[in-house]
Design a protein around this ligand. Structure first.
Ligand code: NOJ
Length: 504
């Protein structure tokens, strides 16, 4: 009897192990790549007829805003070194490469009156180079870098006129680049862009809130305009897909069971921009509408500072995506907080913190891989299992070539992605942020996310593959996720050490 029992246990265990092994194989058609964005890597900020973008303007005027006065003026110089970048990506075996288009490089006045030949040619060359090397381009139209000229003219995204400027810009891009691009994203992280980057100088809580709500309102309209333009004028000939990229943290109650706080946090930070496009009903989450209206009344405002969509716009925006672009990095504990007259958290009424037991990456974000699968399951459940492309996930470190912590991070997060997929979530792509070390916004170049090290002191911006890029190359050629093991990377490690010594 005992023997039979033992055999059954062994059989079950074998099954579990086999199952686990099996699920670590990359499913057919699952695309793995790495990401970049224009301002963070291109440099060449004033070549040819490129116009100034908001980052050029801001960081030239006020360099101290950025750590070490760093700017993206030269960045990785990918504008000149794109062929080398593509060779590195090819060598790694990447399936796709994510990059963004700099609006100020292609339309220097913001409108189609002047189309920069050199600007367009740069992206055509990059796309051709990628395709020639068997790498699928994933193209983002807007990654935090508006034209300064348009912002001067309109005041930025709080002004609805930006919607049509963006629509015109996107039409030109579909026409010029669309014949070779199958994966378009309109905006990168609309929620982060509007909350943290678009209105940096709005210091009073009401104007800052109002500006970011208005910004997202108009960005969502602009996204929908671009989607419909693609759908009506280009889809039948170009056969591509188009979606929106949203950043989402995963929220854990600080007090066990306080799901009210985590729901509010998700609604105010993610569902805010996810519901209008991806929910069946469209429009903003009810809890946001109620709380903001209440707060606005209590502050003596005549109407809610959250703008309202007309029914026409709700319908126009709802459903405008072929996939959901997801960036995920942060896990945070959530707890309720009392109103304190004008602090940033007043509208939502919740605050965030790290659990002291979490290991943190250099940027201070907790490493909690289970959040990845939990978030994917939540999205699948709340939004009717949409196709999800993970377009960013990764870890920052203070420059280190032997980036074993990054490998451990990527392994554990990718594993959760595969588990979620095994459980039925329709996740179709995973993108490591980032391909190259690059300009990490106000953090400058001090701590970076790259698989490839870039020497920012070298005028030639020498690229050196880190250990993580070699690990990625191995798992891509094996077709399955493997953990870091010393013998797996021994040869490479020795080679790398020699390179590093030579660099010193
Ligand atoms: C999201 C942004 O899209 C990207 O530009 C940034 O570098 C990473 N997060 C890391 O902060």
């Amino acid at each position: 009897m005992q023997m039979i029992f033992a055999l059954i246990v062994v059989h079950i265990l074998r099954g579990v192990l086999a199952q686990d092994e099996l699920s670590l194989a990359f499913p057919d058609g699952f695309s793995i790549g790495a990401g970049t964005s224009a301002y963070q890597i291109e440099g060449a900020w004033n070549v040819s007829d490129k116009a100034e973008n908001v980052w050029d303007y801001l960081l030239h005027k006020c360099p101290s805003l950025s750590n070490n006065n760093d700017t993206g003026d030269i960045a990785c110089d990918s504008y000149h070194k794109y062929k080398e970048d593509v060779q590195i990506a090819k060598n790694m075996g990447l399936h796709h490469y994510r990059f963004s288009i700099s609006w100020s490089r292609v339309l220097p006045t913001g409108t189609p009156d002047i189309i920069s030949k050199d600007g367009i040619q740069y992206y055509k060359n990059l796309i051709d180079e990628l395709l020639k090397n068997g790498i699928e381009p994933f193209v983002t139209l807007h990654h935090f870098d508006d034209l300064q000229l348009l912002v001067n003219k309109t005041g930025g995204w709080a002004n609805e006129s930006m919607v049509e400027y963006f629509a015109e810009y996107s039409r030109v891009m579909f026409r010029e680049l669309g014949p070779k691009v199958k994966f378009w994203s309109t905006f990168n992280e609309v929620n982060i862009f509007c909350k943290w980057f678009a209105y940096l100088n709005e210091t009073t809580p009401d104007t800052a809130y109002r500006a970011s709500y208005l910004c997202a309102h108009n960005v969502l309209k602009a996204h929908a305009r671009a989607y419909h333009i693609y759908d009506e004028e280009f889809r039948s000939i170009q056969h591509g897909q188009i979606g929106l990229i949203i950043s989402s943290a995963y929220y854990i109650p600080k007090t066990a069971g306080d799901t009210e706080s985590t729901d509010i946090a998700f609604d105010f930070n993610t569902a805010w921009v996810m519901n209008p496009v991806y929910s069946k009903k469209g429009g903003y989450p009810e809890v946001m509408k109620q709380r903001i209206a209440e707060n606005s009344r209590a502050e003596g405002l005549v109407s809610s500072r959250l703008p309202e969509f007309s029914d026409k716009w709700i319908n126009y925006i709802q459903g405008t995506a072929d996939y959901l672009g997801l960036n995920h990095y942060i896990t945070t504990l959530v707890e309720p907080v009392k109103k304190s007259n004008g602090r940033w958290y007043d509208d939502a009424g919740v605050i965030f913190s790290n659990d002291p037991s979490w290991k943190l990456t250099a940027i201070g974000w907790g490493v909690v891989p289970e959040s990845m699968s939990a978030l994917l399951r939540k999205i699948s459940k709340d939004y009717n299992n949409p196709p999800v492309y993970i377009l960013e996930n990764g870890a920052s470190e203070i420059a280190d070539f032997m980036d074993i912590d990054r490998i451990a991070y990527l392994y554990s997060y990718m594993k959760e992605v595969l588990m979620a997929k095994r459980d039925g979530c329709d996740v179709r792509a995973y993108t490591v942020w980032s391909f190259l070390d690059n300009y990490e916004w106000f953090n400058g170049y001090a701590q970076t996310f790259g698989l490839i090290h870039v020497d920012f002191k070298d005028p030639n911006r020498k690229r050196t593959p880190k250990l993580s890029s070699h690990w990625l190359k191995i798992i891509l050629s094996e077709g399955k996720l493997l953990p870091y093991k010393e013998n797996l990377l021994e040869d490479y490690g020795n080679e790398l050490e020699k390179t590093i010594e030579a660099l010193d």
